[in-house]
Structures are given as C-alpha cells and as structure tokens.
Design a protein around this ligand. Structure first.
Ligand SMILES: Cc1cc2nc3c(=O)[nH]c(=O)nc-3n(C[C@H](O)[C@H](O)[C@H](O)COP(=O)(O)OP(=O)(O)OC[C@H]3O[C@@H](n4cnc5c(N)ncnc54)[C@H](O)[C@@H]3O)c2cc1C
Ligand code: FES
Length: 510
C-alpha cells in the first residue's frame, strides 16, 4: 500500500516551508553494516554519526524524511525536560538526574557543532528558556537544578509583558527549523556513502536485517529501530504512553515578542511557546499543549480553541492563526527515553520514549547507539537502558496502566449501528459483535476496516482533526484508509471483507 500522507492530515509550519525530502525506494537486495528503520531526527542523527565513523549504513523510511513526528514538532532544543528535575530526582536519585541533565546540555552543544561542521543552514539560534508555573513548582525546580550543579538556572521576572509572575531562566537553549536540519544531515550522510530509501517500509525485522513490504532484503550486522514507537516485537509499549499534543502558529508583528522559549506549567501537561522568523513584517508565534492520551478524546477543535485563547491572552498582538496541527509524543513512565539494545536482542537497537525532548535525545541516541555498536563504554548506557526496571515502580506507570486497561471495555460498547455519516468523516460501526472502522471519503465512497488494532487487539477510535483511526491503548494510528502511520503496530487495519481468522481469535480473548 502506498502512503502519501505524513503522520497526520494537518499541515505544519515546517512541512509547509520546505520541500518533501524524498529518495528512491529500495528495489533490490543489499548488504550493509547497519540498517536504520525510520528517517526522522533520531534515525537520521544515528545514521549520520555511524556513517561519519566509517560504517556502511542504509536508512529505510516509509514516508519521506521528517514525515513522522519530526515534521510535527515545535523544535525547542533544551535541557529542560518534560518531567521536572525535582520529579526525576525522586525517581532516579540525584546522581543519575545529574547525568541526565548533563547529557541533554551536551547534546545541545554537539547539535550546534554538527550544524557548524556541516554548514547546515537551518535557522539555528541560541536563546533563553523560561519555566513558568506556580510558586511551589518553581521553588522545587530551582532547588533541584542547583542540587545538580546547574547554578545558571535562576529566578527572574517573566519576559512577557502581559504576565506579572516570576519564572526560572534556563540560559543558552536553542531552536531551529527541523526539516532544514534533517536535509543538512541527509546531505552529509550521503557524502559519507550513506544510502537512503524513502517510500520503503520495513515489514519484517530480525537480528540479521530487514525485509521490506515489497519483498527486498537488507542484510545487516546491526538493526536500529528508530520509528518513534518501535515496530519490532518487544514490551516497551507497556513502559510508555502515547499522548496527542496540539500546536498552532500565529502571525505577530515583527519583533513584538522577544525570542524566547517558554514552558508554562500552570496546567499539566504544560504549554510551550517559541517564535520563528516569517517575513520582513511578521514573526510566527508557535504555541503547543492541550495534550491527551492518544485515541481517548476526539475534541481537537475544542483543544485548538483553548490553545488560541491561552495564546491570545499572553500575546494580544496575534494577528492571524496560520497553522493548526497535532502530533504524538511518547511519555515513558519514569520520565526518561529508552535508548540502547532492544530487550532480549543481540543486534537490534531502539530509540523511543523521548517525550517532548526528541531534539536533544536524537543526539544522545546517535552517540549512545554508535558506542554500543562499536563496543565502546558509555556513561549513559545504564540510565537510558530500554530493559531498565525503574519504569515499573513509578506512580505514572500505575496511572497509565489503568488508562490503558479501561480501553479494552470498548469491546463491549455498542457503537453507531446505522449512522448517517458525512463526507470526509469516520466512525466506529457495529456489525453483530464486531467493530468496523468506517470512513466515508470526499467522494462519498465508504472504506471499511476491522476496528481491531493489529497490535494487541484494542478498538481504534476516530480522530477527526487528523482524519485517522487512533488506538487508545498504546498509540498505534492508521489513516482513514487503514494504512499504519504510528507504531507499535507495523501493519494496517485489515480490510473488513477480508477479515481473517486471526482477528476473530483476538476478539475472543477480550
Ligand atoms: C507537537 C509536538 C511538539 C514537539 N515539540 C518538541 C520540542 O519542542 N522539542 C523537542 O525536543 N521535541 C519535541 N517533540 C518531540 C520530537 O518532535 C520527537 O521526539 C521527535 O521528532 C521524534 O523523532 P523520531 O525520529 O524518533 O520519530 P519520527 O520523526 O516519527 O520518525 C520515525 C519515522 O519512522 C518511519 N517509520 C515507521 N515505521 C516504519 C517502518 N516499518 N519502516 C520504515 N519506516 C518507518 C515513520 O514514517 C517516521 O518518519 C514534539 C513532538 C510533537 C508531536
Ligand atoms: S496500539 Fe496496542 S493495542 Fe493498539
């Protein structure tokens, strides 16, 4: 099946201001040292670093480079993480939290040095980040940062005129245009004899390579699964939760807001803001937030409105909203990404669970996975080890497990039996005891698929903002026509007429 969409139907400021990074698909069997699955920022950074160190590397990407969550990011480059350091210290202890903070700080420097070395024109700039929120959170976070030796973090007045509260200043963070950066990485990778195949889906993954959807084989000594949610067999989906997060981009008069990063933690999950150049008279203000567990809500319109109200209150100079999009982040239960050997594998590596910090994690993944492949020691190995047990002892683990378990009840719900569907709309239909993911396209043609997620059998839900069917259990997503766009599932919804015995068996288990 051919996929022309990105991982959502909405356009983003990055995708709209750059050309799609497409290469030829794989059309023959090849052999390399390392095959990387996924051409987002993680896959491309790992590929770049390995090729730079002399490995023969191939990247396979189902869509095109950056067409996954990378093209839907807001691209703050920061060592301030989604989980506060005060919380990380509670879970991991001060010593490990310090290594975490240092790894992200170092990642910003390394990212900057790559941009300089390769001469990548990607609007990279250093700027200050501001953490705002209630007094207690600010106090706890300041104490945490100082205990980790980050004395540069300090209380300051809010840099936004309309806000009178205080903030914590995180100096010397950064931002860039993520797709321009990926393009630069791809050029440097190709110069180092790297091979990129887009429109190429890895269907089977084993210890010795991959087989593509079209039946071609890449033999490799090492396989890196950089598909955001890993699409190979493992239990990492139990250690992280998929969240949908919403973004809008608005035109504001040029230089009317200082160039900053802002994380407003007044409500959780927090809201995030940055500014981007647009033209001679305007800048673009990018605001994000309003997160919810994937597939557990279908009220995007309400969320964009809440985001707009928030942004207009803080920035009354907003002229016009130019883009609205949403994307997916994977929140690990203990606040840290999973980077390293796939649990139980010899030659397979993963990078996932990066929350809203994938820019810096891409560099950490590049360094750590390169070291593991070359057999070098790395101080981050234990902390980001995908097999670590700390994820099972957190409060978040229990909360997320309950939210996941509740979704299996969808099997019992009676859905729209005889719905009146509008064009370009989807829903879940009921046929006897079976559930059907139904989409009526713009021409009025119906597309019917089993609503049973091919990952572990939950019932997918319609997401009207992105015109997709989203799984409320572990975040797999499918286009309205049933094609898979987010793992952990690695195949699409099965056509309704061709419903296989496998689905019937899965249905019986629930
Ligand atoms: C709205 C939003 C805001 C964010 N803001 C920030 C931020 O400000 N700062 C920050 O650091 N992070 C942020 N993040 C997180 C960050 O964008 C992500 O962590 C990062 O882009 C993920 O990169 P990736 O390479 O791991 O995944 P992706 O970019 O999703 O790349 C994975 C690729 O794998 C491909 N693929 C999947 N399955 C297969 C297969 N079987 N075969 C071949 N290819 C396959 C997909 O097509 C995809 O292109 C944000 C995310 C979102 C959604
Ligand atoms: S993503 Fe796991 S059941 Fe759907």
């Amino acid at each position: 099946m051919k996929r022309e969409e990105t991982s959502g139907i909405s356009d983003t400021v990055w995708l709209a201001t750059s050309k799609s990074l497409k290469f030829s698909p794989l059309r023959k069997n090849i052999s390399v040292d390392v095959v990387i699955i996924g051409g987002g920022i993680s896959g491309m950074t790992i590929a770049y670093m390995l090729a730079n160190s002399g490995k023969k590397v191939a990247v396979v990407e189902d869509g095109w480079l950056g067409s996954g969550e990378t093209g839907r990011t807001t691209a703050h480059i920061s060592y301030q993480l989604d989980m506060d350091y005060s919380e990380l210290i509670k879970i991991h202890g001060e010593e490990k939290a310090k290594i975490v903070a240092e790894s992200h700080k170092q990642a910003i420097d390394i990212l900057e040095s790559i941009i300089k070395k390769e001469g990548i024109d990607c609007d990279f700039e250093r700027l200050d980040g501001y953490f705002s929120g209630n007094r207690k959170d600010l106090k706890n976070e300041l104490k945490a940062m100082h205990s980790l030796g980050f004395h540069e973090v300090r209380p300051v007045n809010s840099p936004i005129n309309s806000v009178k509260t205080s903030c914590l200043l995180f100096p010397w963070q950064a931002q860039f245009h993520v797709i321009k950066y990926i393009k630069g990485l791809a050029n440097a990778f190709i110069k180092n004899k790297g091979q990129i195949f887009t429109g190429t889906r890895a269907e089977k993954i084993d210890e010795n390579g991959i087989q593509t959807e079209k039946g071609f084989r890449i033999n490799a000594r090492h396989v890196v699964v950089a598909t955001n949610a890993p699409v190979n067999e493992n239990s990492l989906y139990m250690k992280q939760a998929a969240y949908r997060t919403y973004v809008l981009a608005a035109l504001i008069p040029k230089n009317s807001v200082s160039r900053i990063l802002l994380w407003d933690t007044e409500i959780r999950p927090y809201r995030y803001i940055r500014i981007k150049d647009y033209n001679e008279s305007s800048d673009i203000l990018i605001a994000g937030g309003e997160d919810h567990r994937t597939g557990q809500k279908n009220d995007g319109r309400k969320r964009y409105l809440a985001l707009e109200t928030f942004a207009r209150k803080l920035f009354p100079m907003i002229k016009k909203i130019t883009f609205r999009w949403s994307g997916q982040v994977l929140e690990s239960n203990d606040g840290l990404a999973f980077i390293g050997k796939n649990p139980g594998s010899e030659n397979i590596y993963v990078a996932t669970g990066e929350s809203g910090n994938g820019m810096t994690y891409s560099v950490i993944a590049g360094i750590l996975i390169s070291d593991l492949i070359f057999g070098r020691k790395n101080p981050w190995e234990e902390i980001y080890n995908p097999g670590r047990k700390s994820v099972f002892m957190t409060k978040r683990f229990f909360q997320e497990t309950v939210k996941t378990a509740e979704q299996y009840i969808d099997w019992l719900k009676i859905e729209n039996v005889y719905p009146k569907m509008k064009k370009n709309e989807g829903t879940i239909l009921q046929s006897g005891l079976k559930k059907i993911a139904a989409y009526k396209d713009r021409k009025g043609k119906m597309h019917l698929h089993s609503a049973v997620c091919p990952h572990r059998g939950c019932i997918v839900q319609w997401n009207d903002s992105e015109k997709s069917f989203d799984c409320p259990c572990h975040g797999s997503r499918f286009t309205a026509e049933g094609y898979v766009v987010n793992g952990p599932a690695n195949k699409g919804l099965s056509k309704w007429k061709e419903e296989s015995k496998e689905w019937k068996e899965k249905g019986k288990d629930r």
